[in-house]
Design a protein around this ligand. Sequence first.
Ligand SMILES: [Zn+2]
Ligand SMILES: [Zn+2]
Length: 345
Amino acid sequence: MVLSSQTDTVGTTGRALEAVVLRRRFEASIHASRRYRRMTLRVTFLGTSGAVPTPQRSTSALLINRDGDRLLFDCGEGTQRQMMQTGTGFALDGCFVTHLHGDHVYGLPGLLDTLSFNDRDRPLQVYTPPGTKGPLTEWLHGIGGVPDFPVTVTEVTPGETALKADEYRVIVFGVDHDATAVGYALVENDRKGRFDRERAEELGVPVGPKFAQLHEGTPVELEDGRIIEPADVVGPPRPGRRVVYTGDTRPTPQTTTVAADADLLIHDATFRDDHADRAARTGHTTAREAGEIAAAAGARCLALVHLSSRYGDTYGPHRQQAGAAFDGRVIVPEDGDTVDVSFPE
Ligand SMILES: [Zn+2]
Ligand SMILES: [Zn+2]
């Protein structure tokens, strides 16, 4: 596993995905350069324990920073302290709840309280599965009172786009758990195709602004009167990046579909092979099953989370069992670990 802060591989050709884990290197130059910042897709694992916290791990929460947009997925107990310790920042642009089991939401009233205390005035959208808006709102207000800034709780259903931004969207997919639950996927828009500079020069396009025009999709006229079309020198659009978070779930075909070619699949891996029956009974997944889903989906990197405390923070076998089913990169992040997701090419 590469430990590095030099993760901006965008624009290099023929490189496989480098989903690089930055272990406890939180100041690792998020704002090192404009180019880097523009491309940021950083996942910070705030809580990776299932059901109950342990001395090493908090319960479920992760923060995705996409070019400065901070999206929080689940908010287990103690999430705000994890955010402080990892330096993710508190300027949230959305909060996505997978389901109302306590290990995914106990941190929310406290976090809203702190945002209120810090004079946040910007509205915050909280997304939650079907049928959970009432209980969640009641609970939040019952525990923490009404925050001094607008908090809107919105129910989202599988297949729906919860959040649509200029360059990406967060879509909702169905999962299979013993509570009403959903998963979320952050999907970037397609990027422009690759510009074939050599071909452009062969065709006689002069180096300069005409290159940019062609790359932007505008035909150009050369001095000899020939018209060069963008399709002559620009390849097909290239997919953006895709990060999928299942929350708690059994393995499902919906996850395989939504995680097709995902750069990073963050999957429930509560149990190992020895508790496969328990995984099935309680609506969870084993590490091996998560590996099978990642393999079927053709994901590039699989992160195993929601780890049962019964294993005493020994998760080598999780990695091994997932790796037996999946050829891609398997990681078992610790709390505070960060993955910078780069473009596949
Ligand atoms: Zn859980
Ligand atoms: Zn659950």
